[in-house]
Write a protein that binds this ligand. Structure first.
Ligand code: ZN
Length: 193
């Protein structure tokens, strides 16, 4: 297994539509294994293939209460219900968070590594992660869903290297760690992960 290079904004691959996977091959399995390892290394709860330089429709998700990662090949949102505002971040947009609108519940379908289609009903962090990762595969980033321009902010860290929850406006570069020690893919609240 290997940790893959993260693609960061403004890498154009993040704005491309990923292509449907025709079948599960050994190469695809290897990509998935490496994506899971990279997601864990980055302390993320999800990762889409564009973020590691592949334009295949593949994403992985592992929220803190899941024992095994969920592998999503050709995932699609079938139904979304309700709306809520959540604070979200992205491994490809390091150092920032923003408030976005997400659905309360989603129903998605995807193919697993066994080649079989499965469906998942999700709410809370898993629903948020499903929307976030499936967006990635369509070239969409969470910053496209900001409730308003002011809702994007730089993450600040206190002297212990922990995320500062104050969130006050401060343009000081020193306040932002170059690599976030708590960098995560999606987040529904500061204490979630
Ligand atoms: Zn992301």
């Amino acid at each position: 297994m290997a940790i893959l290079n993260m693609r960061l904004l403004p890498d154009p691959i993040l704005r491309k539509q990923a292509k449907k996977v025709a079948k599960v091959t050994p190469q695809l399995k290897k990509l998935v294994e490496n994506m899971v390892e990279t997601m864990r290394d980055q302390r993320g709860v999800g990762l889409a293939a564009n973020q590691v330089g592949s334009l295949q429709k593949v994403a992985v998700i592992q929220t803190p209460d899941m024992e095994e990662p969920m592998v999503l090949i050709n995932p699609e949102i079938m139904k979304a219900e309700g709306e809520r505002q959540v604070v979200e971040g992205c491994l490809s947009v390091p150092g920032y968070r923003g408030t976005v609108n997400r659905s309360e519940k989603v129903r998605a379908k995807a193919m697993g590594l066994d080649g079989k289609i499965y469906r998942v009903n999700a709410e809370e962090l898993l629903a948020q992660a499903l929307e976030h990762e499936i967006d990635h595969l369509n070239g969409i980033l969470y910053i496209d869903h900001l409730v308003d321009h002011d809702s994007l902010y730089k993450i600040r860290y206190n002297s212990d290297g922990e995320e500062d929850e104050e969130g006050e406006d401060d343009e000081s570069e020193e306040a932002v760690a170059p690599v976030s020690p708590v960098s995560i893919e999606t987040l529904s609240s500061g204490s979630e992960v």
